[in-house]
Design a protein around this ligand. Structure first.
Ligand code: OSB
Ligand code: MG
Length: 371
């Protein structure tokens, strides 16, 4: 008999990053997120909502996610038979949008499904590699010289792929400085939608640095101009913000708006849709990689399992715990192996143990909801 989903605990959490992370949409020193825990049948399932304190990367924030989870999403599942992760989308079919809030709830369901069947998330998804290739995403620094120093330190730590954040005015010179110092380094860049097609000259220059890919140069709702830009470049474009579903991925690949897709389960409403995007890209022969949102150990465990699927042929934005945090909310700290990989958790569900004391210390606000 299917157990009942009895109770949810939702927290708003603040985690201090080791160094500020600057992108084209802002700078972050204290990362906020929501942590959700669902209880069913004596088991706890954990999930992380990566919406931030302000609507910079997407329209979702910790406050909007809290609102839709408490008022709409959780009441559809609490006090009812525990849904399988794949059933969540039909339970929430009446509601639009808010993929990060959905994904957090789905992550809890995956953790519970794995714990009740004694299977790891990796096994449930059909991933095989025991460790996955990873890189590091480097925020915009004070100067190109500082950027070179930060890049050098990560290379020294063993990261074999670097991603540089860029924005208008901090692009060609920054990339040139790193390329000049590290001629053979695998490098990619991410603009987080900061440009328009009128600024194509910048990309024609960036096209000369032998970049692996250029991530999300233009507006998130603009596949057409991405396709026009791709036509001008030899470097493959990769979309992040623009791809919210497998349908978007298919359409983007069909019109050559990108040749590579960054898959973040949080951006697309959860792992189920992330797997559909992975499969769609596979049919088009397009490589995918797993993006990151500065996750705690909870989201990191989930991303590692997803990134072990066979189509994830490029290194993910899944760095070691110590790239982000001195202290994390999981007992596990994820370490970089010498070959620039991180091990995929093998325990049931997400395969992590929560450090309750640290989690309590990081919690700004908590609530409990019963069915
Ligand atoms: O666009 O990929 C992005 C972090 C926050 C919001 C958006 C992005 C990022 C990153 C960091 O690039 C990736 C990571 O978690 O290491
Ligand atoms: Mg990105």
């Amino acid at each position: 008999m299917t157990p009942t989903l009895e109770r949810a605990e939702l927290r708003r959490v603040r985690m201090r990053l080791k160094s500020p992370f600057m992108t084209s949409f802002g700078v972050e020193q204290d990362r906020e997120c929501l942590i959700l825990c669902l209880h069913a049948d004596g088991l706890s399932g954990w999930g992380e909502c990566v919406a931030g304190a302000w609507p910079g990367y997407s329209y979702e924030t910790t406050a909007t996610a809290w609102h839709v989870l408490v008022e709409f999403f959780l009441p559809q599942v609490l006090g009812k038979p525990l849904p399988a992760p794949a059933e969540l989308s039909s339970r929430l079919a009446a509601y639009r949008g808010h993929p990060m809030a959905r994904a957090a709830l789905e992550m809890c369901l995956w953790d519970l499904a794995g714990k009740s069947s004694n299977q790891s998330l990796q096994d449930m998804l059909g991933g095989e590699q025991k460790a996955v290739p990873v890189g590091v995403s480097i925020g915009i620094q004070e100067s190109p010289k500082d950027l070179v120093a930060v890049a050098a330190a990560y290379i020294e730590e063993g990261y074999q792929r670097l991603k540089l954040k860029v924005k208008p005015g901090r692009d060609v010179q920054d990339v040139a400085a790193v390329r000049d110092r590290f001629p053979d380094q695998v490098l990619q860049i991410d603009a987080n939608s900061a440009y328009t097609l009128e600024q194509q000259e910048v990309f024609l220059q960036l096209d000369e640095f032998d970049l692996l890919l250029i991530e999300q140069p233009l507006a998130e709702d603009d596949l057409v101009d991405h396709s026009r830009l791709q036509e001008l470049l030899k470097t493959p474009l990769c979309l992040d913000e623009s791809i919210l579903s497998a349908r978007h991925a298919r359409q983007a690949l069909e019109i050559d708006a990108c040749r590579i897709v960054n898959i973040k389960p949080a951006r697309v409403g959860g792992i189920s849709e992330a797997v559909r995007i992975h499969n769609e890209c596979g049919q088009h022969g397009a490589p995918v990689w797993c993006g990151g949102m500065l996750e705690s150990g909870i989201g990191r465990a989930s991303n590692l399992a997803l990134a072990s699927l066979p189509g994830f042929t490029l290194a993910g934005d899944i760095s070691a715990t110590d790239r982000y945090y001195d202290q994390d909310v999981t007992a596990e700290r994820f370490k970089l192996n010498p070959d620039s990989t991180i091990d995929v958790p093998q325990g049931p569900g997400l395969g992590i143990e929560i450090d309750e004391e640290t989690l309590d210390r990081f919690t700004l606000l908590g609530t409990e909801i019963r069915g």
